[in-house]
Write a protein that binds this ligand. Structure first.
Ligand code: ZN
Length: 412
């Protein structure tokens, strides 16, 4: 898959701050400790519909991770997938009498446009599930050979499943209890009642071909890949094991990230799959989570068509902490537009107060588990002072502008 185009990230004077992030597996904010190359994997979209603000909030949160690591001088190896073959895509294509390949290509193209508009730095490798089928098959073959996977006893549809007890560590990533796992597994695409499984929570690795469904020939028989193994294989083959951050929305904590980790660890025998499992909160509308089943989605492309400045969308989503579930509203967007206008006015002054301390605070807050509400407050304070009392530092407005661009991705 082709990734999207990049933009320059200005270097900012002053001392960078290392990044600490909340890790779902250990339940605490811990320092990230990348080597020269920081390794980031963020789960991508299933391209059956346009990018909504919930998606945008997730990719913006990890864009900040990317930017803070760049500020710290790391080379960032960022990998993202596109689940361009899976049940939701086929169901939508069927519903709309559309070709699933065309639908997937169209929505992936729109997603790229949205990411460019939102100034999200692109992944270095953007990998589709279909193009990754050979490596997914190889991964599943290893699991079968090692006894971590099995074929169900069904001559018609000999699907392959992962034995969740294979690593002896199942549950370490989400820390959910059995009842919560059962609920999310059933709600989020799992098939607890599939006859022939050893355990209701065992996850699908390879779905044998069904009439009318796309399938690919392989040593496992004709079929198509499950979702979790797609991310395990794509990440392992590009980032190796114990990479720095595995990211996604909080609805991926279980079963997706639990199984991606378990599959990869069963393949390599190494633990952990990722050093940090990081999850962004959900965006709501009118008191409910924004989701396709509720039909209450606000699309980035629709806001763009209404000429909303994407920089204002960034600021609106950064007004709340990335880990909190938070509502979208017209008032939130209005307040972000007003903040953007104020910052632009202040940054356009020929001189202002020194911005060095403000930029230090911005770095401190972002380094502290991406605390954007406090970061924005620090920047507001500088802009207010510049507009009320002025100042004689000609580098103040330029430094302010460069830091907001580089670290928050907001263009003034
Ligand atoms: Zn994934």
């Amino acid at each position: 898959m082709q990734t999207w185009s990049s933009i320059p990230v200005p270097r900012v004077a002053g001392e960078p701050r290392p990044l600490r992030l909340f890790d779902t597996a250990t339940g605490e904010v811990r320092p990230t400790a990348p080597g020269d190359t920081a390794r980031l994997y963020v789960c991508g979209i299933t391209p059956y519909d346009a990018t909504h603000l919930g998606h945008a909030a997730t990719y913006l949160a990890f864009d900040l991770v990317h930017r803070v690591w760049l500020d710290n001088g790391h080379d960032v190896h960022y990998v993202q997938n596109v689940t361009d073959i899976d049940d939701p895509l086929l169901e939508r294509a069927e519903r709309d009498q559309d070709d699933w390949v065309v639908l997937g290509m169209r929505e992936t193209a729109l997603f790229r446009e949205d990411m460019v508009a939102l100034r999200v730095l692109p992944p270095r490798e953007y990998i589709g599930a279909v193009e990754a089928i050979p490596e997914v098959v190889e991964a599943i073959a290893k699991l079968l050979a090692g006894g971590a996977a099995y074929k169900v006893d069904d001559p018609e549809y000999p699907d392959v499943y992962f034995d969740r007890s294979a690593t002896g560590r199942f549950g370490y990533e989400s820390n959910y209890d059995q009842e919560t796992m059962n609920r999310y597994f059933a709600e989020r695409g799992g098939d607890p009642d599939r006859p022939g499984k050893r355990h209701p929570l065992d996850a699908l690795l390879w779905r044998a071909a069904r009439p009318g469904e796309p399938s690919w020939p392989s040593e496992l028989g004709e079929g198509r890949p499950g979702w979790h193994i797609e991310c395990s294989a794509i990440a392992l083959n590009r980032l190796g094991t114990a990479f720095d951050v595995q990211g996604g929305g909080s609805d991926l904590i279980f079963p997706h990230h639990e199984f991606s980790a378990a599959h990869a660890e069963a393949i390599t025998g190494e633990h952990p799959f990722a050093r940090h499992y990081v999850h962004a909160g959900m965006i709501g509308l009118d008191g409910e989570k924004m989701s396709k089943s509720r039909g209450n989605l606000v699309f980035v492309s629709k806001l763009r068509a209404e000429k909303v400045d994407p920089n204002a969308i960034r600021l609106a989503l950064f007004a709340g902490h990335y880990r909190t579930d938070r509502p979208w509203s017209a008032e939130l967007l209005a307040s972000a537009r007003s903040r953007l206008a104020t910052w632009r006015h202040a940054a356009s002054l020929p001189a202002g107060p020194s911005a060095a301390d403000t930029v230090a605070r911005l770095r401190d807050h972002l380094g502290d588990d991406l605390d954007t509400p406090r970061a924005l407050a620090a920047l507001d304070a500088w802009a207010a002072e510049a507009l009320s009392s002025g100042g004689s530092d000609a580098t103040g407005p330029t430094l302010f502008r460069a830091a907001v661009d580089s670290l928050l991705g907001v263009e003034l």
